[in-house]
Structures are given as C-alpha cells and as structure tokens.
Design a protein around this ligand. Structure first.
Ligand SMILES: *Cc1c(COP(=O)(O)O)cnc(C)c1O
Length: 401
C-alpha cells in the first residue's frame, strides 16, 4: 500500500487554497444574462416564444421529434408516468441508487416502486436482474443514467419490448450522453431531463421531456398546463384563439421564458461544458486509479459519458475511517463534496411504507454507504482537482490498514 502511494507522488508542488472549492458551480455567461434581460423587457414572461425556441433547439440536439419544457425533472417524471397510463396499484421498476425524485414520482401516481439492484461498477440498473422483477402489474421501467453513463439500453429495451412495457428514462444526469451512437433523449419512449442549479445545463430550476411518440407529446403538453386543450401562448398571441377546454386533470408544470432564456444559451454550449467536465473527470481517473482504497467510476466503450458528477466509492473495509471522516477531512481543507445517493430503499419514508430490508439490494447498499462525489464543474482547473486528489491521498495514507 505505502509503495503504491509513493509511486503516485508527483513532482509538482501541492497547491494550497484559502477559498472554498464547491462540489458544483453554475456556468452562466453574458449571453444568458442579456437574454434574461431581453425577456424581462418583453411582454412575455411565462411559457412563450423563448420556451418554444428552447424546445426546438433541444429536440434538434438529441434528434427527437418532440420536446416539452417543464418546471422540473420531477414534474417530467410525474406526467411521464401518467402519460404511459400508470395507475394506482401498478408497479414501476427503477434503480434504488437515484435521487428520491425518481421514487417520489412513482408514489405521486399511486404506484409501487420495484427496485432492480445496481451493477457494482457502473452503479446503473443491472439488466440481468430486470426480467425477474417484472409482474403483470409492471407498467413502466425507469432506467436512471447514473452520473451520466447510459444504462445497458439494448438489454433493457429487449426485455421491455418482450413484455410491452414503456421505458421512461431518468436522464437528469445524462444531457450530452449517448449509447452506441444514439443520443440519450432519442432512445426510450420518453426521456426526462433536469436543469436544476447543479446540473450540467441549468435554468435555475427546470426540466424537459423528449419523445418520438406524437400521442405522448400531445398528452404531456396538456398535462403540463392544467389539462387545458391550448396553452396561454396559443390563446393570447396575435394569431391565437381565446377558446379552450379542460380535457384532463393536469398540473402547472410549464417552463417560463425567463428560464428558457438561460436554457437557449446553455444548450448552445453543452458540448463544450461536457468536454470541460470530461477533462477534470479524466484527470481524477488518472490520479486515483492506482489507489486500492478507492473505486473510480466505470466507463463503457460504446457509451458517451455526460460527466455530470465524479463519484468515488471508498473501500472502507481497507480503511480505519469511513466516508463521514473523509467528508469532514475534505471540508477542513476547503473542499465541498456530495453524496449521490443514499439508496432510496434505505430512506425511512420508503422503508416504513414498503418494509424494504437494507440487504434486499446488496450492491446499492454497499455503494450507498461508501459513495462520495468530488468537486466537478466547468470552471474548475486541473490544479483544483490536483489539490483534491492530494487531500484524499493524505487521508488514505493516514487511515489505510
Ligand atoms: C436532479 C435529479 C432529479 C430531479 O430533478 P429536478 O429538476 O430537480 O426535479 C431526478 N432524478 C435524478 C437522478 C436527479 O439527479
């Protein structure tokens, strides 16, 4: 062990820092600011021409036929489940290692979340375990592209097709990702994206759905705006008609033109955002891969990774200190970290409601107890990452067995 640490020693000086290095930081340019101002000076603030433009731009980016911009990814998941017809008492399959929003959306429609354990290297749903979780009550499968690495979509789609179950992808981490040359957003039946403040593309808060299914698109549009047959933009614009009817019980989930003003310019920079994150991501990989106490994120040759977060799994069985000690150690050195995620089946609310046992999902349990995300954002420098790596090495050296 000590030898391996010594081998990793680098000749460059260890940078010091007095300012806090956060887990994530948004990247808002002058274009975004000017566009927001332009919107504020216009007559249209809520969903209108800029949201339409953002939707057009987004569907072109992923190559999907329809895009519906929304207030959040949580809203997207909720109305996606309603759109494919999930009813109270039904079951929806997903990964336990995800943000609670994925599970909560399933609860909003009165369905039961059924978890498929994750793979130990990608932290994505294990397709080998999927089929055995399907029952006659299964009405949707929600693969979550963890950290931005696409799930095994070929295997998942094959099983979904066999049982005719729609796929709703939680692509909150996966803007810019692709699977075997196909962009995420143009693979499953419905794909849900997030533009929350920490996400790779941000509109402060926001979400978006892509689909190639025309009926789904129409229904999603209606569900996102109170169940009204036409939106305000169609009603109040110079060419619009004031007539509308309520045809479904919908929600108030639309995006606003203020948010879309950010989105338009963020999307134009998305590939360069992903590239900058990739540089830091690969630097972490290079610097941490020889440390036996740390498991670095997996990659797949046929996938383009969206690089949303950099999660390490701390092999605590090789250490005399745990994740909390590492978090505090890094915090004391001015480094922010995050936990993505505590497995949903371990959340007290879910445990109480469904009686999930911690060991029911062994890999999710193992990873959930040990995973930690390191700072990763576009404006980070290699020196920042080098500083983080050094502080981690100091911790490992102190506590390795
Ligand atoms: C962020 C996130 C969401 C929720 O996104 P919001 O836009 O904040 O509602 C859903 N799923 C995953 C995996 C996320 O990380």
């Amino acid at each position: 062990m000590m030898k391996q640490i010594a081998d990793l020693r680098d000749t460059r000086t260890i940078p010091t820092r007095t300012s806090f290095l956060p887990l994530s930081r948004p990247d808002i340019g002058e274009e975004e600011k000017a566009e927001v101002l332009d919107t504020l000076n216009s007559d249209w603030l809520s969903k209108g021409p800029k949201t339409k433009k953002f939707e057009e731009q987004f569907k072109d980016y992923v190559g999907a036929k329809h895009a519906i911009a929304l207030s959040s990814c949580t809203a997207a998941l909720h109305i996606a489940l309603l759109t494919v017809g999930v009813m109270p008492g039904d079951e929806v399959i997903t990964s336990p290692l995800t943000f609670i929003a994925t599970g909560n959306a399933i609860l909003y429609v009165g369905a039961k979340p059924v978890f498929v354990d994750i793979q130990r290297d990608t932290y994505n749903m294990d397709p080998e375990l999927l089929e055995q979780r399907i029952t006659e009550k299964t009405k949707a499968i929600i693969p979550v592209h963890f950290a931005g690495l696409p799930c095994e979509m070929d295997d998942i789609q094959k099983i979904a097709k066999k049982y005719q179950i729609p796929i709703i992808e939680d692509a909150a981490h996966a803007i810019g990702a692709s699977f075997k040359g196909k962009k995420v957003g143009n693979i499953g039946d419905i794909t849900c994206f997030s533009f929350y403040a920490t996400k790779t593309l941000t509109t402060g808060d926001g979400g978006l759905i892509t689909t190639n299914n025309e009926d789904f698109a129409r229904k999603l549009e209606i569900l996102s705006l109170h169940g009204m047959s036409t939106g305000a933009w169609q009603r109040y614009s110079p060419t619009g008609s004031a007539k509308w009817e309520m045809v479904e019980l919908g929600y108030k989930y639309n995006m606003t033109d203020i948010q879309a003003s950010l989105g338009i310019h963020q999307l134009a920079k998305i590939d360069s955002f992903v590239k900058k994150r990739e540089d830091i991501f690969c630097f972490y990989d290079k610097m941490l891969k020889e440390i036996p106490e740390i498991q670095i994120p997996a990659s797949r040759g046929y996938c383009k990774h969206a690089r949303y977060i950099y999660p390490i799994v701390l092999r605590t069985e090789k250490l005399t200190a745990g994740r909390l000690e590492l978090i505090n150690h890094l915090k004391a050195e001015n480094i922010g970290t995050g936990i993505h995620f505590i497995s949903i089946h371990l959340q007290p609310y879910y445990e109480k409601l469904f009686g999930f046992k911690p060991e029911a999902f062994q890999n999710a349990l193992y990873v959930s107890d040990r995973i930690l995300s390191l700072p990763l954002f576009t404006k980070m420098t290699e020196n920042d990452a080098y500083y983080v790596v050094n502080k981690i090495k100091g911790f490992i050296q102190k506590y390795c067995v």
